[in-house]
Design a protein around this ligand. Sequence first.
Ligand SMILES: C[S@@+](CC[C@H](N)C(=O)[O-])C[C@H]1O[C@@H](n2cnc3c(N)ncnc32)[C@H](O)[C@@H]1O
Length: 161
Amino acid sequence: MELGAWPGGWLQRLASLVGPGGRVVGLDLREIDEMGPPVELIQADFTLPETLTRLHAALGGPADLVLSDAAPKLTGVVHVDRAMCEELYDAALVVALRVLKPEGRLILKGFPGPEAQQFRLQLRPYFSRIREVRPEGKRATSKEFYWVAMGYRPPADGVDQ
Ligand SMILES: C[S@@+](CC[C@H](N)C(=O)[O-])C[C@H]1O[C@@H](n2cnc3c(N)ncnc32)[C@H](O)[C@@H]1O
C-alpha cells in the first residue's frame, strides 16, 4: 500500500513487483489516473480515521508493506510545517499498526527536524530494525530521507480499532 501516491510513479513499480496475483492500494488527496489490476485507488486523506475503513476494504487482508511518500504543502512557517510533518508521520504509523501483517515493513518519507527524531522513538517499539536511507538520485539540495522499518511486531495487547 502507498500513502501519498499521486501521480503514481511508485505504484507502477509496486504493481510490477507484486505481479498480477498481488494487490497494491494507492491513496492520495488527489485523483490518480486509473491503472487497472493489481492497483486499487482511493482518493482520501489518510489523517482522517474514517479512511481506515476504506483502506481495509481495498486491501482485503493484512499488508506486507506500507509505504508513505506523503509530503505536506509547506508554508515556510517553521512551526506550521513541522506540525504538518508530524501529523503525516503519526497518521502513517496509525495506518501501519492497523494494516500490517507481523514482520511487515513500513517505509516512510521523513524531513529533518526535531519532530523526526521524536518520531523515530515512536517507531522503535513496533519494529525490530529501523534504518534511515537517502535514495540515490535525490536532488543534492533535498533533505528528505526515508525510514525503513522492518519486522513489524504487533503490540501484545492489540491495536485499538
Ligand atoms: C511526492 S508526492 C508522491 C509521489 C508518488 N510517490 C509517486 O511516486 O508518484 C506526495 C503526495 O502526498 C500527498 N498527500 C499529502 N498529504 C496527504 C494526506 N493527508 N492524505 C493523502 N495524500 C496526501 C500529496 O497530495 C502528494 O500527491
